[in-house]
Design a protein around this ligand. Structure first.
Ligand SMILES: Nc1ncnc2c1ncn2[C@@H]1O[C@H](COP(=O)(O)OP(=O)(O)O)[C@@H](O)[C@H]1O
Ligand SMILES: [Mg+2]
Length: 238
């Protein structure tokens, strides 16, 4: 008997599959968030707690106390930086306040700062806003695509092109890196970034196409409707 995914499940079956995949993607997001909170901020906070415990020790000299206070202040500032970066990764305020193009420009600048990869960012079409869920999804997909460039591509340059038309938001992310074979995305240790991008786009009635050629780089093309068309993919009801 063919596996359930290969059978024609009709509209309901397709809807259930999307819902399950989106649910998995959400769980992966939660795990990512939990790991980021555990990794640095929580560890630093427990370090600060230990330092403050030490500070209550009556036999400490004024100089020791000063050192402890200084170290606690340094760690507190670092925790605050980490949480700020985390909040920005989750939902940068520039996205809500100024829109997609400035948010993508900032993301591109961050990549260059972190990794030295040159990013050319261009905007075409009109400068108006798209639906906020569409902008957020485009931003998430750009985040993952640029993270892939940083982690896997060994690229010298990446082009990010955003085109907003009356009906559609399009984004192309093209790097000049090492590329990967179609099987490469399923290598042991490979994650779910590409799959998540596809599911996010599909859920809003859009699509993601990734074309990669060894050794001439990778091109990702995203297309999303500018406004959410209710019922494009009936997720939770007809
Ligand atoms: N821009 C890229 N350049 C080279 N290889 C890439 C690129 N994007 C993705 N890949 C390959 O595809 C695999 C799957 O990517 P992804 O689904 O985002 O998971 P992850 O990044 O967590 O490994 C990567 O491990 C890598 O081998
Ligand atoms: Mg990835």
């Amino acid at each position: 008997m063919p596996p359930p995914e290969a059978t024609d499940c009709g509209k309901g079956g397709r809807r259930d599959r999307y819902a399950v995949r989106l649910l998995r993607a959400q769980e992966r997001d939660r795990k990512w968030l939990a790991d980021r909170i555990h990794e640095d901020p929580l560890q630093m906070l427990s370090h600060i707690t230990r330092l403050l415990d030490r500070a209550t020790n009556a036999s400490l000299t004024a100089a020791d106390l000063n050192d402890v206070a200084r170290e606690a202040a340094r760690l507190t500032a670092t925790v605050s930086d980490h949480l700020q970066a985390l909040a920005r990764d989750l939902r940068p305020s520039v996205l809500d306040d100024f829109g997609l193009a400035p948010a993508l420009r900032a993301l591109a600048a961050d990549l260059t700062l972190r990794s030295g990869v040159a990013v050319r960012f261009t905007v075409h079409g009109d400068q108006g806003r798209a639906d906020s869920d569409i902008e957020a999804t485009c931003y998430r997909i750009a985040q993952e695509a640029l993270q892939n460039v940083e982690r896997h591509a060994e690229a010298g340059q990446v082009d990010v092109r955003l085109t907003v038309s009356v009906t559609t938001v399009r984004m192309v992310v093209a790097d000049d890196g090492v590329g990967f074979s179609p099987r490469g995305r399923h290598d042991v240790g490979a994650g779910f970034g590409l799959e998540d991008m596809e599911q996010r786009a599909l859920a809003l009635g859009g699509s993601v196409r990734v074309r990669s050629l060894r050794p001439s780089g990778t091109v990702l093309r995203l297309s999303l409707p500018r406004q959410i068309t209710v019922g494009a993919i009936p997720l939770y009801g007809e």
